[in-house]
Design a protein around this ligand. Structure first.
Ligand code: CP
Ligand code: NVA
Length: 334
């Protein structure tokens, strides 16, 4: 059932299938650490198509491709004719005739879906404005590594409740039986249709889905606190508005002191936790804030797992590529 399939959004997969990918990623991590080869894509050519910037996703796909015995080729926004001189359909047909699989990171989910429709090879969504599905396998893998299970855990996401990462966390948690709370100002609550969708999955899995403005109450029994940037790629004109809306939702010591359990901190990265880069300095000076969604103190605390999470991007992307395009036997999973 995985063979030849694209990985475009989480809701295309069942709970058992997502858990399979998480467990497979944990297995591949172990093989990598022990130096055991796993060239499930031997001889393939893999296209890495990026309309937006990336550190982790690009690095993870590149290393995963190499480890799987295939050859990666990076095509950036300024390298190709996609959606400018050439339609998505035509580009997809050409890339699909040469490559064995395509990673796509960009703005529109529709472009990702159209690439998959016309390429004739698996397309893996490396982030769109709507979803960040490969990130989810790494995130829930990290939770499973830390807690040894997923069902029944409580993950509290604080911040922009409408972005790709929030969307993906909500539905993936609901499918997997993880209780997800989104703590955000009402104007940044997830779209009502998405909340309904997540609640539908939660009914089946036994998870609880909560959306609230009361961040202090939300975190008390959290197993994991998660945040993402307040301003996503493509929204750079929204800093002032978002800072005003989200200040209250910053993950800082005062907030984490309210947690009554052993918890971990997660962040998909990149994070705005200090003002050491020229970009961050400029923003910090302009808006008088050097730390945004998380303070440096929490980011560097004992509970922080964001770099484990980042490493897991590579193992989990490898699992997704191998399961959908690899020469290996996977039992039928409904
Ligand atoms: N988390 C994530 O997708 O990071 P990049 O933008 O660096 O790929
Ligand atoms: N929400 C962020 C995620 C980055 C990995 C963005 O889209 O910029």
């Amino acid at each position: 059932m995985f063979q030849g399939k694209s990985f475009l959004k989480e809701i295309d997969f069942s709970s058992a299938q997502l858990e399979y990918l998480i467990d497979f990623a944990i297995h591949l991590k172990d093989l990598k650490k022990r130096g055991i080869p796993h060239e499930y894509l031997k001889g393939q050519n893999i296209c890495l198509l990026f309309e937006k910037n990336s550190t982790r996703t690009r690095a993870a796909f590149t290393v995963a491709t190499n480890d799987l015995g295939a050859a990666p080729e990076f095509l950036g926004a300024n390298d190709v004719h996609l959606n400018a001189k050439e339609s998505v359909e035509d580009t997809a047909k050409v890339l699909g005739s040469m490559f064995d699989g395509i990673e796509f990171r960009g703005f529109s989910q529709e472009v990702a879906e159209d690439l998959a429709k016309y390429a004739g090879v698996p397309v893996w969504n490396g982030l769109t404005d709507d979803w960040h599905p490969t990130q989810m396998i790494a995130d829930y893998m990290t939770l499973k590594e830390e807690f040894g299970k997923l069902a029944g855990l409580k993950l509290v996401y604080c911040g922009d409740g409408r972005n790709n990462v929030a969307n993906s966390l909500l539905v993936t948690g609901a499918i997997l039986g993880v209780n997800v709370t989104v703590a955000a100002p009402e104007s940044l609550f997830p779209e009502p249709a998405l909340i309904d969708l997540a609640k539908g999955y939660a009914e089946k899995s036994g998870a609880t889905i909560e959306v609230t403005e009361d961040v202090d109450a939300a975190v008390v029994d959290a197993d994991a606190l998660y945040t993402d940037v307040w301003v996503s790629m493509g929204e750079e004109d929204k800093f002032e508005e978002r800072i005003n809306l989200l200040k209250k939702y910053q993950i800082n010591k005062e907030l984490t002191d309210k947690i009554e359990k052993e918890y971990i901190f997660l962040h998909c990265l990149p994070a705005f936790h200090d003002a050491t880069t020229s970009y961050a300095k400029e923003i910090a000076e302009k808006f008088g804030m050097a730390e945004m969604e998380v303070t440096d103190e929490v980011f560097r605390s004992q509970q922080a797992r964001q770099f484990q999470q980042a490493e897991n991007r590579m193992h989990s992307i490898k699992a997704i590529m191998a399961a959908t395009n690899g020469n290996l036997f996977i039992p039928e999973i409904k």
